[in-house]
Design a binder for this molecule. Structure first.
Ligand code: D5M
Ligand code: FE
Ligand code: ZN
Length: 601
């Protein structure tokens, strides 16, 4: 290539990049533009840079050299961590045996100096060019294994409260709960109670679907790559191959014989087919496609091929993404040293209700018969959330009466209020309804009616619907019983009932609590869709599965609280092995989760 044509190319690229950025409202400094133009394929690379930059909090739609540097520094840190891990230092014995003339500190110094020498700019260029051939942005993190969390994460994310011998009841230690010194700061930010009347006709269903579409579409539009997405009917008008991007709700997804994913997407203007190759170079594409189900909102980018006469066109997608949680999400924390205890599925009235474990829980909350550490943890608890299935109810499943020792629903509530009365009154109890509680089965559910809950209300329990969003001392908790999790586990490969937090991650990624309609989960057709996760919670709490789990996803704390009921024959028939008696406690000031295992106290 002669100098003149390369200059022309450069000018063309410069103009194209500026046009591209102008349409997405992003500014670039001249020096950053010069750096980008030095890349091998600047036009394609600018997309990658914008995507990466958008996850940097200071980006603010201004591409500066500093932002470029930040991308590279982040990558450098990862690279240096990887390098440190790879260096396995020889043991003294090995050194002796091999009689080598090196020592450990030399090995370390070498690695460090290699890193220091790396030129930051060339690192950006190399990394971004590399990405054009290999994966784009990582949207799904690999699930963190429990064992990894304790070892790798530095600050303690999960901590079992150690069993210490129970002190004599004659102990002179006084229980001085710090939570007593604070007044309640609780706001119910969202509660469907009283707002979810449905006539059950088609209009309600249509309005809810439209509302779901519009809300999710708006959220997807906030993703940087989706800014220039076009409506489907505009794409269908193309008569020639064209690079396109669009957003739509999945109306069908299946795997072809060759293992590729064939997806039909809909927006308000039309529907279009897309193919994601099984052997896509972008491994994240495959990971997202295999976890995609009907009625989820996705973004695709690729080449539209209009097809022969009378044949429908198809998009060969290079990129697929879901709304997800931005990497930059920073959870709120409380200025006050208080905690939230999260439980669910007590099933009071069931023969399998674990009354001994419950008694231990009450003792723990009251600081009775505990070691000093446990008393400190208990003393910080200011709120107790009961996320559904407080009582076992009646007639919930076939032959349930055989599993009940309190067969009357009012008596079940009476006993529940007797049990909850023993919880210290400086702890606010929030009770959100589940599928065993006497409300409608379809979600969203209203709060349990006064008719049943009057005694609970009398002792200060706050009854709310499900799902609900509450704020306690600045921290937002999304409370959702978890009805749809079983459908998700059945439909999505890799999701299992005994790993509820993986299912919760998928709900956050698609930003909907019950993405699929028409399976086991009953969804009430109400004009507004209450199940869209439009506000990112700091804590996401579910129950229903009866299997405890804790994790973090992009800084959101995920808790499935397990239960206080042992296995019933009904559960056995579904292969559910419950984990009764684990009470997760989240510190509102640090968002650390402590799991109180009552079986070990
Ligand atoms: O749910 C208790 C457990 O039983 C929980 O793990 C879900 C499971 N379960 C409940 N109903 C079904 C059906 N119909 N199919 C499969 N698994 C189910 P609970 O809400 O407390 O009854
Ligand atoms: Fe339950
Ligand atoms: Zn349930």
């Amino acid at each position: 290539m002669d100098e003149k044509s390369s200059r022309n190319d450069c000018l063309e690229n410069k103009q194209a990049i500026l046009n591209k950025l102008a349409t997405t409202g992003i500014n670039i400094t001249p020096s950053t533009l010069e750096e980008v133009l030095k890349l091998e394929n600047p036009l394609e690379t600018i997309n990658q840079i914008v995507k990466k930059a958008s996850f940097i909090p200071t980006f603010n739609s201004h591409l500066t050299e500093d932002i470029l540097k930040k991308i590279s520094e982040g990558e450098l840190q990862k690279a240096s961590k990887r390098k440190e891990k790879q260096v396995s230092l020889p043991s003294t014995q090995e050194l002796k045996q091999k009689n080598e003339n090196i020592n450990n500190s030399n090995a370390i110094t070498r690695v460090e100096s290699d890193i220091k020498k790396t030129d930051i700019k060339s690192e950006v260029l190399k990394e971004i060019q590399g990405e054009l051939k290999t994966p784009i942005i990582k949207t799904i993190l690999p699930p963190i294994k429990d064992s990894q969390m304790d070892v790798v994460s530095g600050p303690i994310l999960r901590e079992r409260i150690k069993v210490k011998p129970i002190e004599s009841t004659k102990s002179t230690f006084r229980f001085n709960p710090i939570a007593k010194d604070y007044s309640f700061q609780i706001e119910i930010l969202k509660d469907p109670t009283g707002k979810i009347h449905t006539s059950g006709n088609y209009d309600d269903f249509y309005e809810m679907t439209l509302n779901k579409f519009n809300k999710l579409y708006k959220l997807m539009r906030k993703r940087p790559e989706a800014l220039t997405a076009t409506k489907i009917n505009n794409i269908l008008r193309n008569s020639r191959n064209q690079h396109i991007s669009t957003i739509g709700m999945v109306s069908d997804i299946r795997q072809t014989k060759k293992g590729n994913y064939f997806i039909t997407l809909e927006d308000l203007t039309g529907s279009i087919n897309a193919i994601i190759r099984k052997d896509s170079e972008n491994i994240d594409n495959r990971k997202i496609a295999e976890k995609t189900i009907q009625d989820q909102m996705i973004y695709i980018e690729g080449t539209y091929n209009p097809g022969e006469k009378n044949n429908r066109g198809v998009v060969f997608a290079d990129i697929i993404s879901k709304i997800d949680i931005p990497n930059s999400f920073q959870p709120n924390k409380s200025p006050d040293p208080l905690s939230l205890a999260l439980i669910s599925d007590t099933h009071i009235g069931s023969k399998e209700f674990e009354s001994d474990l419950w008694k231990k829980f009450v003792d723990f909350l009251n600081g009775r018969n505990q070691n000093k550490r446990n008393r400190e943890v208990a003393g910080k608890i200011k709120y107790l959330v009961i996320n559904g299935d407080l009582v076992d109810g009646v007639g919930v499943y076939p032959n349930q009466q055989d599993d009940l020792n309190i067969k009357d629903i009012f008596q079940q509530f009476k006993h529940a209020s007797e049990l909850l009365l023993e919880i210290p009154d400086y702890i606010k109890i929030i009770y959100s309804s589940g599928n065993h509680d006497p409300v409608r089965n379809a979600i969203p559910r209203p709060a349990v009616d006064k008719k049943y809950a009057s005694e609970l209300i009398d002792i200060g329990v706050k009854c709310i619907g499900n799902p609900s969003l509450i704020q306690t001392h600045n921290v937002n908790t999304l409370i959702y019983h978890g009805d749809s999790m079983l459908d998700m586990n059945l439909l999505i490969a890799g999701l299992e009932n005994d790993k509820p937090v993986d299912t919760m991650k998928e709900l956050l990624i698609c930003r909907h609590l019950a993405p699929i309609y028409g399976k086991k989960t009953q969804i009430a057709p109400v004009s507004k869709d209450w199940l869209v996760i439009d506000n990112i919670p700091d804590i996401f709490h579910t129950g229903h599965v009866h299997i405890n789990g804790f994790d973090k996803y992009k800084s959101v704390s995920l808790v499935n609280s397990g239960c206080f009921q042992s296995q019933t024959d009904f559960m056995k028939s579904f292969g559910i092995n419950p984990t009764p008696g684990i009470a997760p406690i989240i510190e509102l000031d640090t968002l650390r989760c402590l799991e109180l295992d009552l079986k070990r106290i």
